[in-house]
Design a protein around this ligand. Sequence first.
Ligand SMILES: Nc1ncnc2c1ncn2[C@@H]1O[C@H](COP(=O)(O)OP(=O)(O)OP(=O)(O)O)[C@@H](O)[C@H]1O
Ligand SMILES: Cc1cn([C@H]2C[C@H](O)[C@@H](COP(=O)(O)O)O2)c(=O)[nH]c1=O
Length: 236
Amino acid sequence: MNAPGYFISFEGGEGVGKSTQSRLLGDWLAGLTGREVVLTFEPGGTALGKELRAAVMHGQDMGPRAEALIYAADRAHHVETVVRPALERGAVVITDRYLDSSVAYQSGGRDLPGHEVEHLSLWATKGLRPDITVLLDLEPRVAAARRAAAEDKGALDRLERAGLDFHTRVRDTFLQRAAAEPGRWVVIDAAAPVADIQAQIRVDLSARLGLTPVVAEASSAAEPAGGTRTADEDPA
Ligand SMILES: Nc1ncnc2c1ncn2[C@@H]1O[C@H](COP(=O)(O)OP(=O)(O)OP(=O)(O)O)[C@@H](O)[C@H]1O
Ligand SMILES: Cc1cn([C@H]2C[C@H](O)[C@@H](COP(=O)(O)O)O2)c(=O)[nH]c1=O
């Protein structure tokens, strides 16, 4: 446990609804608990992270090890300057992506050994693991169609260009990790409507956080809203 705070990560492929759902969960938890809620994301949740994000997603091509090290550097700085200080204040920190993305993409997708990628991240963060991880699971073709339909879509980045096989391996790796550690993971079918997904997340997290489930409230969950990020400005 990351007491006095609580650390929640959202994981899954691109376009599965992580930023939509993390924002809705943050609003709900802030209202329900009165606690400070910090919404953040990787890569790019800090000023330095923005530069690293631009390099790793939109910059020169690079090998898997360089890619893994850039994501780890972003995470090290993010944890040191945003996540850990907030947890020490007693905040609920909700991050859109964390360590499991590195294992899914740089190991499952790129084929680096999973234990090495995980160890790199744990070294970078002095061992900080999430208390709960919500996996929004969605068939990669459906997620890609959602992203293509989004108003703010830009050119495909390096990872999005990696192809369907890559993204299928990423998805499988997330599912394998969730199955191996069920106490930490909540797996949600992300093909459902936004409000239904949020309702399911609230029910599952209520049980784990010892809160009273407020299922009715979830029906007032907002319509889909693309990509708002709160800890810092929207990424490029
Ligand atoms: N359950 C849903 N059903 C249909 N569309 C959705 C759903 N959830 C989100 N969307 C839409 O899909 C697009 C991607 O959503 P969002 O930005 O929340 O996903 P994301 O996982 O954070 O994406 P990325 O990894 O690219 O940042 C947005 O246009 C959003 O409005
Ligand atoms: C944290 C992290 C992310 N990635 C990849 C996953 C996505 O392709 C991008 C992030 O973009 P998003 O759509 O804004 O989520 O980076 C990765 O490969 N490894 C990581 O550790």
